[in-house]
Each structure stands twice: as C-alpha cells, then as structure tokens.
Design a protein around this ligand. Sequence first.
Ligand SMILES: *Cc1c(COP(=O)(O)O)cnc(C)c1O
Length: 497
Amino acid sequence: MATEQAECGKLETYLQTLGHTLDRFLTFQHPDAMHEPARWRAVLERPLPAFGIGVDAVMEEMTRYLIPNGSAIPNPGCTAFITTGATTVGALATLAGAVASPQRLSLNAFNFLEEQSLEWLAELLQLPPAMKGLYSSGGSVANLVALGAARQHAFETVGIDPARHGVRGAARLYASSASHHSIRRAAAVLGLGRDAVVTIATDAEGRMIPAALEQQLERDRDQAMVPVAVVANAGTTDTGAIDPLQAIGTLAHRYAIWFHVDGAYGLPGILDPEVSPLYAGLELADSVIVDPHKWLGAPVGIGATFVRDRALLQRAFTQEASSYLERACTQETAQHSMDSLGIPYSDFGVELSAPSRGAVVWALLREIGAGGLRARIRRHNAMARQLAERADAHPDLEVLQRPTLSICCFRYVNAAYPDLDALNARIHRALVRQGRHIPSTTVVNGRLAIRPCFLGARTGPDQAQALVDEVLALGARFTQGPEPDTHNSGTMPDIER
Ligand SMILES: *Cc1c(COP(=O)(O)O)cnc(C)c1O
C-alpha cells in the first residue's frame, strides 16, 4: 500500500513490538538471524522506493531482517571494541530525547540535564573543580574540540587568533606512540597538520617516557614553532596503559604548554581504588575527555570534553551571530522554553544541531549511581587481572602486557611452534568465526597479542574464563600433529568455522 503520510504517533504500539524484538536480539540466540551477509543483503538491497510501504511494513522489515542481523558488539563475549552495547536506560533516554527534545538547545528539562550531567561527570571523575564540559559525538570529536581550545590558547599567546585569521607558522603537538589516531586527525583538521604531531617514545608498558618528552621539548625550545599541546593518555586504546600524568603535566606546565588528557576509555578507571593513584596529576590538566559511550554503557554517540575556560572554546568555535538564533531574554528572565537557547553549546564545539545527550548520561547515573559504576569498573579490571594470573600459571599461555585497567594482552605459546604470531592470528580468526568470544588482536612490543577489553555492562567473569578455555582448546588443536602446510597458510580450513 502506498502512503504519503508519515505516522507521527502510536509509539506505544510500535515500541512494544520493537522492545520484544530487541529483547530477543539480546539473547544472542538470533532465532531469525541470516548468518551469511548475502542473505540479508538480498532482502534489504532495493532501489530507492518511489512510493512508501507504510510504517507497519517498515516495522515488519525492521523486526524480521534488520535487527536480527545487527552487530556482535552488544554480545557479552564481544570484547574487541571499547564501545559497547547500550544498557536499557540509556537506549530509553536516547529515544526519549529524540522525541521530546530533538535539540539540546532551548530552556527545557533536557537542556537543563545537559549541564547538570556534565557537572556530575566532572565530579564523578574527579576533574579540577573549575572544569566545564561539552558533549559531542564521541572521543574523536571530543579530542578535536579540546585541541581546538589548545590551539586557540597557544596562538593567542603569540598574538594570533587562529579561529579568525587561520594558523600562521608551524605548530607542535606532543603525543605518545600509543596515542589514539584521532589526535593526528585533529591536528590535520585544525590546520596544524598531521606532521605537527611529534611522537614521544613509550616504555615497555606502553607509557610515555617523561625524559623523552623533556628531551624533545628542550630540543624544540628555540625553534620558531608554536607548541600547542602535550597529550597524555589515561588509558590507551591498545593496552589501557596510563601515562605518568604527574610527570608529564609538570613538564607541560614548566614549558607553558597546554596539557590534554585523553581519558576516552580509561578515565572512569579512577573509580577503582586499585588503580586510582595512577591518576595523580590529572589536576594539572587543561583539558580532559571521556566517552560515556564506553565504560558508562551509553548508546554510541556520546563523548565529553572538559576545559577550564569555556570562553576559550567559544573563541575557538563560535559560529558568530545568526539572526534566526537570536533570543531577547536571558536564562533568568525567560518565561517559555523558546525564550532563550540556554547555554550556547553550539558555540563551544563543531555541532549546531545535536541530540540531548545529557539526559542519557543523567539516566545512566540516576539508575546505578556512582557506586554502581564503580562496581562495574572494579569487576572489569579484576577480570583482566584474573585472566593475567591464570595465564601466568598456565604453561601454554603468556601475558604480553600486565593489565592496568580492563584490557589483558596475552597469547598462546607452544615451544614446538616457532611462529607464534601466525598461531595466535589463527586462533583469533577461529574465535571470531565461532562467535561466542570475540576479542581483538594487537601488537605489543612487536608480538601479536589476543586482546580482550572487558567493558560491557553484560560482560562478567564467566566470559573471561570461557574465552581462555576457548583459546586453550583452539591452541591445542592447532598445535597437535604436523606443522600446517605453509602453502596453505592463507586459507581457512573448514574445521575452524
Ligand atoms: C575510543 C578512543 C578514542 C576515540 O573515541 P570515539 O568515541 O571512537 O571517537 C580516542 N581516544 C582513546 C584513548 C580511545 O580509547
């Protein structure tokens, strides 16, 4: 049936169907899943519809073909990504915002929670009291915004407004070799250039070496280059290493350079008393980021940047006055939600239209509180440590990097098997195909590691144990009998499926 009219109500009916389908999806039994991508593609791949099929038919396709063939990420055994499956209240709050507050602007209750939840996050994560926040789509944009503030600060110091006039001359950013690639991209987008990022060496534990940073800063001191920021990691993406923040922050201050801390993944680790001392020096930061869509379990699309001075963000990112956005009233005199846009978040970052993310973070923290989040983080960190202990005790396993947070990099070893990188790559491929436990791999000090990151609200100690059991079983299978035929090493025997 063709229809010209979009359904604009009946959410009660459709949400019941949707909820039923999503609950079923989350059992990970996938009763309707079509395991070969070619099968669901055959159903979904269509030309642009000239006429609509109506909401009921769309819901039918969504529940039968789309949702059952969704991502492996929410599966508690999927430990490959740092982003994770959303918890229920975060998904509900996202939907609530999409319907009831499609923009974070204007003086409505969602807008109020934007600021309150940022303040909660700052307090929860023990940021310097003066720090103010801004939500964006995730860690990459959060880093871009923070480094935008750093760029503004650094160039203003030498008498240039980079947002107005553009960047003049060469700039420098200092980041460790374990930094996230979004740092380099931010340098590119901000007009500093990828090559402005100077890579500082890390130690065997993946932490920036302060002496190497100092040497570089000393070497650059008399160069005609604008030092924009020193970037430290509070939890690297690869291994969860935490850079020595105190030493790096002290150096940044001594050389009068902006100190940025990327805590997209690892900042919430500060809630675990076993590792919280590693965060000493966080109070020296000029900017900090964290991703609520990682450890907090928010639906993907929420990062947060914190800076000491949002006026600096405004100078860096203002879109300048636009007549249709002008509002006569201040927040105090406003009578109606549309009398004022509220805090001008759209002038602090790169998004104008943006969802109400604060309500999602509010809902997550209201549901489980700081105590609930702390319990989750301690559970995940303990899982990584227990995995390491088990690997230490087992002759066929080796820990390649001691866990700092919830990542454990380990591998299967066998004395008769020379190419352990190939063996572990083969084990990893087989794990992915079996689909119950999906870690990623990474390279630690030149050696291929199996890398689970325990982070999902659904992921508990059973997953860590079962993952190790599967690695041991696969390793034993692949190392029994003769060496694999090297001519065939690129292909996957059926037995591994
Ligand atoms: C995940 C991550 C990012 C990027 O975050 P996105 O939300 O994926 O854009 C940046 N830095 C670190 C340390 C991360 O772990």
